[in-house]
Design a protein around this ligand. Structure first.
Ligand SMILES: [Mg+2]
Length: 323
């Protein structure tokens, strides 16, 4: 199969979107950026066995690649305009490509985001590069640097699920016996098919002060907001939202109670806002702390006592393969 045949067979779906002027067939795609808005661009490179286990189902590889990329756009409060995909493949495996494309397009359809260009090459290692293009009003973009003293700190959804899901995939023998199969399935689904919070990010852009998506772990990502905003934070450990599956895991293995703070790959939005704006939140989100003038990040228990944290990176399942 030639490159052209491969693209024609698996990656040529029409772009009905108003934002797309040209996609495919020319040397560049052409996109229309709404008047007065800024173009937002974010690229992710994913390498097999480094960013996802090599045995990951191709549907999930395609789904998750787009999900993590869309999540970055969500974290800015942006609206997707289009996406490009670079695929480096050791060989052309029709069944793999079919399922990969199905996963990719399944999520693309949910967000009306169109594949507008890309490239395919032969490579010794399976890897992919994906670039989301989007737009937002410059004055409304959600940045990391806007957190203010007194802000509430909140997070969407639940955290820690993907970390437990990864452990279930990599070390199935360590799954607590008390965990039910549907709970294990849920955690793995959260790992393999994260939900980019695009619509929630757009709402937050109306009033939140700072935001990012949780990719490297709650504590580590929060420190990015703190240093960009030159503030500190108090985090209440017991207020960190956990799914019932994650709670079941921790109940069966209490030593894993801090894992949700350091595990990555959840792709929830972590944000700060004025207390009086909390009433404007009409989606799943939980207040987990407050921005302080005192620098540094303190995790506290329900009584307000500081909970000592293990050194960063203590959890090897959360270790990332970033350069
Ligand atoms: Mg991000």
């Amino acid at each position: 199969m030639t490159e052209f045949e491969l693209i024609a067979r698996y990656f040529s779906r029409p772009c009905p979107d108003d934002a797309v002027i040209l996609a495919g067939g020319d040397d560049c795609a052409a996109l229309r950026v709404p008047a007065g808005e800024a173009l937002l661009v974010s690229t992710d490179v994913l390498v097999s066995d480094r960013h996802f286990p090599a045995a990951t189902a191709p549907f999930d590889v395609g789904y998750k690649a787009l999900a993590v990329n869309l999540s970055d756009l969500a974290a800015m409060g942006g609206t997707p305009l289009g996406v490009t995909l670079g695929l480096a493949l050791p060989s052309v495996e029709p069944a793999w490509l079919h399922d990969f494309a199905k996963g990719f397009y399944t999520l693309a359809a949910k967000h009306q985001v169109c594949l507008v260009g890309g490239d395919t090459v032969k490579s010794p290692v399976l890897s992919l590069s994906i670039t989301i293009l989007g737009s937002a009003l410059p004055a409304k973009m959600l940045k990391r640097s806007g957190a203010a003293v007194g802000d509430l700190i909140a997070v969407t959804g639940t955290v820690g699920d993907a970390g437990f899901g990864l452990r279930a995939v990599l070390s199935p023998s360590t799954i607590p016996a008390a965990l039910r199969q549907h709970e294990i399935n849920y955690l793995q689904e959260r790992l393999n098919r994260p939900t980019p919070r695009v619509a929630w990010g757009q709402k937050l852009a109306q009033f939140a002060h700072a935001a990012l998506d949780v990719s490297d772990g709650l504590l580590q990502d929060l420190t990015h907001i703190l240093s960009a905003s030159n503030v500190g934070a108090d985090l209440i450990l017991n207020d960190v939202p956990l799914s019932s599956a994650a709670q079941a895991w921790i109940a069966a293995e209490p030593s894993s109670a801090l894992r949700p703070l350091s595990a990555g790959d959840d792709y929830e939005l972590l944000f700060t806002l004025r207390e009086e704006d909390w009433a404007r939140i009409d989606f799943q989100a939980t207040v987990i702390g407050r921005i302080t003038a005192e620098s540094g990040l303190r995790v506290r228990d329900a009584a307000g006592n500081i909970v000592p944290m293990p050194v960063a990176g203590f959890d090897h399942f959360a270790a990332r393969a970033e350069l």
